[in-house]
Design a protein around this ligand. Structure first.
Ligand code: BTN
Length: 214
């Protein structure tokens, strides 16, 4: 992967969304400071001395929604941590979020440009976990793991994703009813079940954090 490093960007995802035609498949845009980082559900992603980068993949149909959090988990494990994935692609350490992923796809002239934005807290952030690691060392390992995971077949990926998941078999409330998360679909949805029905729910339809029953 080719890293393009900026001292400051509004958001690496926004930047790549506006400049993707200048870059090649596998390039990564890294910001040492992000002034307007974005999260899922239009949330703000605040960062200080954190790892913030976005990778560009062109016409690459890999299951990036599983690969991205797994790459972070595999990398953090190398540094001695024990991470878990909260569906769809948050990474947690000791019950607090340490990393988030924002995936955005653009279609242009029959090509699909996938922007995979990853933020890992490498400096203190209240209510979050953080790892006091060098950003560039962590980036290198996450990228290595990403490459390895790109070579997994979907079945292997799914198996690994399930293994790291901390949401399987958990109870949630969805549309006023209680369900259990029984599985994940390869395409990224959760599969939930109660005595009345089984549903497949997409990541943009539900904010799992506020629905989980602890
Ligand atoms: C989330 O947890 O809601 C997703 C957070 C994703 C944050 C990363 S930081 C690098 C990239 N640029 C952004 O503006 N967002 C992603």
């Amino acid at each position: 992967m080719n890293n393009i490093i900026f001292n400051e960007l509004e958001s690496t995802n926004t930047y790549l969304k506006n400049h993707y035609r200048q870059y090649n498949d596998g390039d990564a845009v890294v910001a040492l400071k992000q002034t307007s980082g974005r999260g899922r559900f239009d949330r703000v992603w605040e960062s200080n001395e954190d790892l913030t980068f976005s990778m560009l993949f062109i016409n690459n149909k890999a299951l990036h929604h599983m690969i991205a959090p797994l790459a972070v988990c595999y990398a953090l494990e190398e540094f001695g941590y024990s991470p878990m994935i909260k569906w769809p692609n948050d990474v947690y350490l000791n019950d607090k979020k340490v990393s988030g992923v924002l995936i955005e796809n653009i279609c242009y002239k029959s090509n699909v440009y996938s922007i995979i934005g990853i933020g890992v807290n490498t400096s203190y952030k209240s209510n979050y976990s953080y790892v006091g690691l060098s950003r560039m060392s962590l980036l290198e390992v996450v990228e290595d793991k990403y490459q390895i995971l790109l070579n997994y077949d979907d079945k292997e990926l799914y198996k690994s994703y399930r293994l790291y998941s901390n949401t399987l078999n958990k109870e949630i409330t969805y549309n006023g009813e209680k369900y259990v998360i029984i599985d994940y679909a390869y395409s990224g949805e959760i599969i939930i079940e109660n005595k009345n029905r089984i549903l497949k729910v997409a990541a943009n339809e539900i904010d799992i954090k506020s629905c989980l029953i602890y």
